[in-house]
Structures are given as C-alpha cells and as structure tokens.
Design a protein around this ligand. Structure first.
Ligand code: 5U1
Length: 676
C-alpha cells in the first residue's frame, strides 16, 4: 500500500467509526482504539503534509479564530413552521391539505412524514461534489451566518458524503442540538471552571455554534439531525419526503429514528400521542412533532402561505407548568412606550429553566386573572416562549395579598400614561423624551438584525443615555474615544472596538436600516418587503397609505404605523443626520410600478385554474398591485374561480362579489391602467 492509499484507508476507517458512534449510536471500537487510529493518521499527515485534505477527520478542528461571521444569503429561504397546539388545529391542517390537493372527502387519506421537532438550532449545510463547502445558521431565514468552521467540528456531520447517487450540489437542512446528558456534563464543566452555566440545551447549542473560535466549539459535544433539503442539482431525488430522509441517512447524515410515515388525521394524532409518551426518554429535547405531506410534488402544489409552508405544521407539546409566589409586579417601558407589567416571582424551575420573571401583558389581563401581589400562582413556559402567569390559586390567597394598580404617570420619565379606548396597552406619552424608550430604541437600532453594532449592550446604553451622551441613534456616530473611555467599566481597547463597530455599521442595507428605525409593527420581514418593494428610502418615506398597502403582507395597521412615523419631523431629522454621518446602503429599483392595474384590489383564488398554479396566480396579482386573501368577504373585489371551486365560490355568489376566470384575470392584469 502506498502512503497515500494508507492515509485514505485510515480516513475512511475513522469516518466509519464516527458514523457508527455519532449517527448510528452503535460504536464498534473502544475510545482507546479510536484514538489510536486517529493518532496514526495525524502522524502520517504530519510526516507527509501534502496528503492532508480538507475532508480529513484530522481537519475538523484547527481553523484559526474568525474576526467575525460573514453573512450568507440562503438560496431558498429557511422557513419557519406554523404551530398547532390543539387536535382541532391539526384537523384543520389536514382539511386544508385535502382541499389544497383536491382529495375527495373521506376517500383518500393524505400520507404524511411525521418526525420529532428538535429543540435546537436550524442550520444549512451545502455540499459540492459530495464535499461539505459551507454551513450556515438560519439567521432571519433569508440571511444566516457562515459557521462552516464550527459545523465542521461536529462529528455527526459528514465532511464527505457516503454512498452514491447524491446530487452534485446539495443543501441539507437540519438542527444542531445537545443531548441532555451532554448538556449536564457541559454545565458541570462550566461550574468547575467557574464559568457561567447555560440555561438549557438549546441556548448552550446556540452559544457553542456562534463561537468565533472553532476550537471552543470543538469542545462542546454538539450533534446534528437532518430533516430535509433546501435544494439539489445534478441528480434525481426520491418522490417522497420519507424516502428523501432515508436517502440522507444513506449519505451519512443522522436522521431521527423516530420518524414515521402515517396516514390521515388518525395517523397524525396517534403519532403525537406515542412520541409524547416517549418524550422524556429521548436523549434530546423536543418540543413537539412535525407533520409534512409526504409526496414532494404535492408539497410543491400546496406551496407556502406568507412565510410558512402549507404542506407542514408543527404540533407542539403542551407547555410545562409550576406553582410559585408572585412577589411583586413592576412596570417595564418598551421601545414604543408600551407599559408591560412584569411579575417578579419566587424563582421556580419550569420547562428546563429557572424562571424569576414572567410577562403579565397588560392591566386587563391582571384583572381578568384576578392576580394579587402575594398570591400563589401557576407559571407556564412553552418552549422558547416567554413564561407567563396562568392564574392564581385563589383558595390559597394570603390575607396580606394586595391589588395592583397601573401607575398614572411613567415610572421612568413621569410623563402621562395614555390608553386608547380600543387598545389594551397603556403607553408612556414621553416618546423619545422618555429615557426608557430612548434606551430601547438605541438597543433596537444597534441589534444584530438592525445595524449590528457589536458591543453596544444594555449597560452601555444605560450609561450613554443617563449621562446624556447619546439621545438619538445619530449621536452614536458622533461618539469619540474620550467620551467612551470615561464611562464606567470601559477600557480604551473596548472603546476602540466599539467605535470600530459603529464605523463598520455605516455600510448597511436598506432593509436593515428600515428595520433599525424601529417603526411600530415593522419587523425584519416587513422591513425586507418594504425595501424590496420601494427600492429606495425616499420612495418609502414618500409613500401614502394606498401605496404602502400594495406591499405584500402590509395591512392597514402597518401602513398607518409607517405613515405616522414618517409624519413626525423628528424622525425625518434623525434619518437625515444618519445619512449625513455617512450611513449608506445600496438603493435599487422599485419592484413594482406604483399603481398597477389591480392596485388596491383584493382577490381570492379558488379551485384549480386551467394553466396557472396558485403561487403563480398570486405572484401575477401582486405584481399588478393586487392583494390575495384566503377568505371571501364583502371587501373582496374579485373571486378568481377555477374548476372544482368550493365554498368560496358559494360565498362570493351569496355576497354578490364579482367572479372571474383565469382568462379574465390575465386580461385585467394586461390591460394598461386608465390615464390619470
Ligand atoms: N423535524 C423537523 N423540524 N423542522 C423544522 N422538520 C422540520 N421542517 C422544517 C422546520 C422549520 O421546515 C420545513 C418543513 C420547511
């Protein structure tokens, strides 16, 4: 055997044992025997460095620390799933699948792939010619972070695909997580080393993956499970999702052994009950199960609604609950001035973490639940959701328990509290005069998905605002080294780093900038839609409510928030100051000409159209400025009906809504709008 053949054989042998251990959970060697093989390969490669290849098991760890993570745009968005909690919601999902696929009622049951819903961190792995070339976090679904060097350290992730028949380009999606036992070990190690413990396996996995130094990630026992693909080219794929998972298993990926193909609603609910029973004995945390229509062509026909697939749903397990004492209720002032009462609780362990605070939403909620300070209360925590107080054990109410009253002036700035008659939320009227709102606005501005100014955290913002050093986001760009270095716990080096991060944030994107402005009701996804639609900030600022309503997923409430924001001279002033400070982004063309032939029109699609799929019909309507809704109402302008149109057609006729066919739709779209 030549040296090169020897190295290749050792690599294959080691990867086989990685696979046996990390994927099949069936080791064939003792740890000592495995180490011996590994050291043999290391010695061989040290002697013949020209033999080292990127897919060698010795190269999983060893990349140098990164200065920062690089953003990666996902070729196809990494979507989130809609959730179901009650059986009725699963039944409704199954019914929608039936309707969407035009299956006859009661005749055919839809086939599903049912899988555990891992409580981890979604990632994407790209393979070119069978070699792992990139690994990225989900991020906001459109853009993630390049964590290739970290993901390479996970031995359950193949650096080179096994078997044959894999596409030349393959993007695998799945979840990074920690087994519960590994989490316990990791935390006891953290404790021994005097380091901070992680609150739960999911946070530990996330923190471990987002390490700039891959050597740190390598010390964390992260695991991976594949649950699907983001795209593939250069080879045919199986016809069903379950066969695809089998194939991913053959190519070397861990896939959940608990996955199962089931039929109809009965099959789904049976699976949920079974996995619910086995949940506690699984080695990893799950927060529910996922159902996906098994047939991949049917998945495509069903398509997506908003940002979630119509062909899949997560059926979540009920939240966990515990009893504790409501010690006090304090008030938090949010970015938009909303006052949120927060329950201060006697620490209690629930749903895998120790809970000390829980949101109480608003005053009405406290009255409705009849909560009194001093009560024994039930606290619930579901998955990642913020813990909430469910109710008081009023039978155990102490005589000293007292009622809570919302303050009439802001506890931070003493401005009046206002509450609109139609809103449950009370708000501080101080606006950016209120330091609490200013602090939150600055933190939002600097946050990762906004301007991404690393190092500008709670404590610092508190000092900057309290010391009147910074009032608006534009002031951040005027900060100098001396102003920063004089702050508490701010060494010259960190001040320099922060200034560099602020400087770097000047190069941004339009969608980040829009999101950073902190307009009420404008989250990451809406900011992206607005950036794409208008292409430039000035076009967005000049848009009226009608033009805003043409943006997909922008409704009257969002449109009103944007108009309100833009009508406030102070906001426009800050934007100008930010531009003057050198904040720049690339502007593009407006995606849609303002006022297409269907501008302001609301359409509903029903039945199968002769040539257009639903997604294409929807895209055509939206491109002409129309909006597509799923339900017929008096506000609907047209119902576009195809063959086998169901109850929506009946409702349209009942309400006297104009019904048109595909041909008429295309004619409407292609007719130029009348001259103004
Ligand atoms: N097991 C599993 N988890 N999970 C999460 N499958 C799965 N599929 C997902 C997500 C977000 O999304 C696809 C259905 C698009």
């Amino acid at each position: 055997m030549t040296v090169s053949e020897h190295a290749r054989a050792l690599r294959a042998e080691i990867e086989k044992h990685n696979y046996q251990y990390y994927v099949l959970d069936a080791p064939l060697l003792s740890d000592a025997e495995y180490d011996r093989l590994f050291r043999e390969l290391q010695a061989l490669e040290a002697e013949h460095p020209q033999l080292v290849s990127s897919d060698s098991p010795t190269q999983r760890v060893g990349a140098a620390p990164l200065p920062e993570f690089v953003a990666v745009a996902h070729a196809t968005p990494m979507l989130s799933l809609n959730n179901a909690f009650a059986d009725a919601e699963v039944a409704a999902f199954d019914r929608r699948v039936h309707e969407g696929l035009a299956l006859d009622e009661g005749v055919d049951e839809a086939d599903y792939s049912a899988e555990p819903k891992f409580d981890g961190l979604a990632v994407s792995l790209t393979y070119e010619n069978g070699i792992l070339v990139r690994g990225a976090t989900r991020g906001d679904g459109s853009t993630g972070e390049d964590v290739t060097v970290n993901l390479r350290t996970l031995r359950s992730i193949p650096l080179r695909l096994q078997g044959s028949g894999w596409p030349t380009l393959l993007e695998v999606r799945g979840e990074v997580l920690l087994w519960r036992s590994d989490f316990e070990k990791l935390n006891s190690r953290q404790r021994e080393q005097g380091e901070k413990e992680f609150v739960n396996p999911r946070n530990a996995a996330a923190g471990s993956l987002r390490q700039l130094d891959p050597r740190v990630t390598a010390t964390r026992p992260l695991r991976f499970f594949a649950y699907g693909i983001g795209g593939a080219a250069g080879a045919g794929l199986p016809a069903t999702h379950s066969a695809l998972l089998d194939r991913l298993g053959e190519w070397g990926f861990p896939v959940a052994a608990e996955r199962r193909r089931v039929s109809g609603l009965g099959g789904l609910l049976g699976y949920y009950a079974e996995i619910g029973q086995r949940r506690a004995s699984l080695p990893y945390a799950i927060d529910g199960v996922v159902y996906k229509v098994d047939d991949l062509a049917a998945q495509e026909r069903l398509g997506f609604v908003s940002r979630a697939p119509r062909f899949a749903i997560a059926h979540k397990f009920p939240a966990e609950e515990a009893v504790t004492e409501l010690l006090d209720i304090s008030i938090q002032v949010g970015r938009t001035g909303a006052l949120t009462p927060v329950a201060r609780l006697l620490p209690v362990f629930v749903g895998g973490v120790t809970v000390t605070n829980a949101t109480l939403h608003n005053e009405d909620e406290i009255r409705r639940k009849d909560l009194r300070i001093g009560d024994r209360v039930i606290v619930r925590r579901a998955g990642d959701v913020i813990p909430e107080v469910v109710r008081a054990l009023s039978g155990q109410r102490p005589a000293t328990a007292r009622e809570f009253h919302m303050p009439t002036s802001c506890p931070v700035c003493a401005s009046h509290i206002v509450r609109n008659a139609d809103e449950a939320v009370a708000r501080c009227s101080g606006g950016l005069y209120c330091p609490a709102q200013r602090k939150q606005a600055l933190l939002h501005f600097a946050s990762r998905r906004a301007m991404d100014i690393e190092g500008l955290g709670d404590k610092l913002v508190e000092q900057l605002v309290d010391g009147a050093v910074v009032r608006t986001p534009a002031d951040l760009y005027r900060l100098g080294l001396s102003a920063l270095a004089s702050l508490e716990r701010m060494a010259e080096k960190s001040a320099g780093n922060l200034l560099a991060a602020i400087e770097q944030s000047k190069q941004t994107t339009l969608e980040r900038f829009i999101y950073a402005l902190g307009i009420r009701n404008v989250g990451v996804a809406t900011a992206r839609d607005l950036a794409r639609h208008f292409g430039s900030l000035d076009r967005l600022l000049a848009a009226d409510a009608g033009q805003l309503l043409q943006v997909p997923d922008v409704g009257p409430i969002v449109a009103q928030s944007i108009c309100q924001f833009c009508s406030e001279p102070h906001n426009l002033e800050v934007i100008e100051q930010l531009r003057a400070a050198g904040v720049v982004w690339r502007e593009g063309e407006a995606l849609l000409p303002a006022g297409g032939t269907l501008a302001g029109k609301l359409l509903v699609l029903t039945g199968s159209l002769p040539t257009l799929t639903r997604d294409v019909a929807k895209a055509i309507i939206e491109a002409a400025g129309g909006k597509v809704s799923s339900a017929v109402s008096k506000k609907t302008d047209f119902v576009v009906a195809g063959s086998e149109a169901g109850s929506k057609l009946d409702k349209a006729q009942l309400l006297g809504v104009t019904v048109i066919d595909e041909e008429r739709l295309l004619a409407l779209v292609n007719t130029p709008p009348p001259a103004p």
